[in-house]
Write a protein that binds this ligand. Structure first.
Ligand code: PRP
Ligand code: URA
Length: 209
């Protein structure tokens, strides 16, 4: 069974509260999501391996640590997952970025695929899938499945707010994929929105409603 990491650092919780407020506009919402993504990125990458390298400081030679060869890819689920990419790229500027386009059918709430463009060597990378909202879990499960079908064996899912239903679905379908979230909320409503949640993440990021 995969692990669920709830990243409840006070600064993340503070920023998330502002994002949840309905009066918060798109500019602030985007900036806060970027900041939280950077902070969450510390935890998502906490165990990536280091190697020792010989360097010269202005004072002397030393053996120091650098991130080793294992490379990273960030794969946002369009649209809202895009809002988490810049924060992660600030932390890991050399990461490659792929895109998976999925939207939820408004009646069935099941995901529909419309786009997939991934780095050529994605199979060799640690892949961080980003999506602020893990609601029913359908979108994340399908995105992870698409990555596995393309050979990815090392995948992590980074979300902002999750419903217990979505976590359970991802854990059942993908027991090898650890999930990182800032909050596990209460439940889904009849429209499959997270309660209390923060509304429609894509619309709030891009100002489409
Ligand atoms: C939202 C969200 C997730 C998905 C979560 O996207 O960004 O991708 O719903 O729901 P699920 O866990 O029940 O699948 P949406 O389909 O609204 O598309 P958008 O980002 O383009 O607005
Ligand atoms: N997608 C969102 O953007 N918000 C939800 O609460 C559920 C799905």
């Amino acid at each position: 069974m995969s692990e669920v990491h709830i990243i409840n650092h006070p600064m993340i919780q503070h920023k998330l509260t502002i994002m949840r407020e309905k009066e918060t506009g798109s500019k602030d919402f985007r900036e806060l999501l970027k900041e939280i993504s950077l902070l969450m990125g510390y935890e998502v990458t906490r165990d990536i391996p280091l190697e020792e390298v010989e360097i010269d400081t202005p004072i002397c030679k030393m053996t120091a640590k650098k991130v080793s060869g294992r490379k990273l890819a960030i794969v946002p689920i369009l649209r809202a997952g895009i809002g988490m990419v810049d924060g992660l790229l600030t932390l890991v500027p050399v990461a490659k970025v792929g895109h998976i386009g999925l939207y939820r059918n408004e009646e069935t709430h099941t995901p529909v695929v419309y786009y997939c463009k991934l780095p050529e060597d994605i199979q060799q990378r640690l892949v961080i899938v980003t999506d602020p909202m893990l609601a029913t879990g359908g979108s994340s499960c399908d995105a992870i499945q698409m990555l596995k079908e393309r050979g990815c064996a090392n995948i992590r899912l980074m979300c902002l707010v999750a419903a217990p239903e979505g976590i359970a679905k991802v854990q059942e379908a993908h027991p090898d994929v650890d999930i990182f979230v800032a909050s596990v909320d209460d439940h889904l409503n009849s429209d499959a929105y997270i309660v209390p949640g923060l509304g429609d993440a894509g619309d709030r990021i891009f100002g489409t409603k």
